[in-house]
Ligand binder design. Structure first.
Ligand code: XMP
Length: 517
């Protein structure tokens, strides 16, 4: 396995994903873990990530010295290369010019890292690589034992190596897709240089996870809050595979789910997987508490609070349950500080309605803690969940509660559900569902005038929102074809009585958020 030390780059997680794509297990940890941790980890290789600092300014942003004493290969990326250079006796200086974006790098000498990997060859027969750079500092003097293995005009030491110790530094980012041969370079490092096998794969993972869950849980019982979302669904399927009826899923329907979602969840888990599922229809309770409430934050709080209440009441009916299972995934662990250094700042704060209090007195079972989202999806498919369920757009915990502006009413929720289903149907039919990251309809509780047949109508408005994004922190509105939008609008207005106008949201994030509330 590979140890990745995170110096705070925005793309550190990508390094881990690229390594896992090579079927090699890896973990991402903050750079300031102890020497003992590094020695005890059992790494076959270490990767040092990029980061926003300068080695000559922040002298405590260093890799644990043990990294260089393990006797295993080390790859430093960007800041990781700079700190490697500086810690081993080289020199790093700020450049007059920041280098940002595509660059061409010439491979030099014979390095194991780049051997046979090139995008083009120049007139003198040197391999050329298209790489992605993003740096202000650069290595100006290599540590003893190192030689240049890649350079270009603005960065004479763009890559360096000490082949005898298998220490490599690259100033560019092999983990981003803009570096065309990045994947090959990562593969070369983890397989050929570190000697890792292809042993991280889904069937293997399932066997291992099932074994671990059985060992952890023994003959005790587990409860899990099933929301219909990808993470809790996959966790449920996995735990059910491991312990069958020792698992009880509690599916709280707050009445703010998408069309037929409740039925689909029940069909899948109770029907096809034969799992024990308690279906709680708490629509009336949620609607009652939301009555007259218009403030978005207030609405979120109420939905979150009621959810916990309903779940707790159900949990109390299962006194034998000793475990609470949750679909926590690796990015949640990283973002909530589990793998973040005290020094690196948290960028995104979490807002999950599923957050259950510790007062339940249950032990936590989180079998997806090591997995990235794409791996969770792959696992879901391998466990037999339907592709459409596993590759669904994200859906917020408060559900339609934040897509009905202002006061939430049953009538509004019913109209919105139908309009939303038509939109999603048409997106799928036109092949646009997978090209957008998230798409949905929003209910606007204002009436506008229309004409239908000979009559005048005075009905509600629905807004359509579709966005493309990598990380949901920034997003572009999707440029859906006008003909598709036209078709959706026609169908909604004709089929959903009570809505006579459809608009399309063309706001980016920032400044708009993805959800309207
Ligand atoms: P915003 O609206 O902040 O949304 O641009 C970013 C992403 O987060 C989702 N979202 C939520 N997810 N509970 C959730 O589980 C919430 O309260 C919540 N609010 C927003 C949103 O759907 C989008 O994917």
């Amino acid at each position: 396995k590979i140890l990745i030390l995170d110096f705070g780059s925005q793309v550190s997680q990508l390094i881990a994903r690229r390594v896992r794509e090579q079927q090699v297990y890896c973990e991402l940890h903050p750079f300031d873990v102890s020497d003992e941790f590094v020695r005890g980890f059992g790494a076959q290789g270490v990767i040092l990530s990029g980061g926003p600092n300068s080695v000559y300014e922040a002298d405590d942003w260093r890799a644990p010295q043990a990294v260089f004493e393990l006797g295993v290969p080390v790859l430093g990326i960007c800041y990781g290369m700079q700190t490697m250079a500086s810690q081993l006796g080289g020199k790093v200086e700020s450049s007059a010019k920041r280098e940002f974006g595509y660059a061409e790098m010439r491979a030099r000498g014979h390095s194991k890292l780049f051997e046979g990997i090139e995008d083009r060859v120049n007139a003198e027969g040197h391999g050329l690589l298209d790489v992605w750079m993003s740096h202000g500092d650069k290595v100006t003097e290599m540590p003893p034992g190192f030689g240049v293995i890649g350079s270009n005009e603005s960065t004479p030491i763009a890559a360096m190596a000490d082949e005898s110790r298998c220490f490599y530094g690259v100033q560019f980012h092999p983990e981003v897709t803009h570096t065309i041969k990045g994947k090959e370079i990562i593969a070369r490092f983890v397989h050929d240089i570190c000697g890792c096998g292809h042993d991280w794969n889904m069937p293997g993972y399932i066997d291992e996870a099932v074994r671990k869950i059985r060992e952890q849980v023994g003959d005790e019982e587990v409860i899990l809050g099933l929301s219909g979302g990808v993470d809790s669904s996959v966790a449920a399927a996995l735990i059910h595979r491991a312990i069958g009826d020792q698992l009880t899923c509690v599916f709280v329907d707050h009445g703010l789910l998408r069309l037929n979602e409740g039925r689909m969840v029940m069909e899948m888990f109770a029907g096809r997987l034969h799992a024990r599922v308690v279906h709680v229809d708490a629509t009336a309770q949620f609607m009652g508490h939301l009555n007259g409430v218009t403030d978005p934050e207030q609405k979120r709080k109420i939905i979150g609070r009621e959810f916990v209440e309903v779940f707790q009441a159900e949990a109390q009916k299962l006194p034998n349950a000793k475990w609470l299972a949750q679909g926590t995934i690796y990015p949640d662990v990283i973002e909530s500080g589990g793998a973040k250094s005290k020094k690196a700042h948290t960028i995104k704060s979490h807002h999950n309605v599923g957050g259950l209090p510790e007062t339940l007195g249950l032990k936590l079972l989180e079998p997806l803690r090591d997995l990235f989202k794409d791996e969770v999806r792959e696992l879901g498919v391998a466990l037999g969940l339907p592709h459409d369920m596993v590759y669904r757009h994200p859906f917020p915990g408060p559900g339609l509660g934040v897509r009905i502006l202002g006061e939430v009413k049953q009538e509004y929720a019913d109209l919105l559900r139908r309009a939303d289903a038509i939109f999603i149907d048409e997106l799928r039919a036109a092949g646009w569902y997978d090209k957008t990251s998230q798409a949905f309809a929003v209910f606007l509780p204002v009436k506008s005038v229309g004409v239908m047949g000979d009559g005048r109508t005075y009905e509600y408005v629905v807004a359509l929102r579709a966005v493309e994004t990598q990380d949901f922190m920034t997003a572009h509105w999707a440029e859906l074809p006008h003909s598709l939008l036209g078709k959706v609008s026609n169908r909604i207005i004709n089929e959903v009585r009570g809505i006579n106008r459809v608009v399309y949201d063309i706001s980016g994030k920032p400044p708009a958020t993805i959800e309207w509330e």
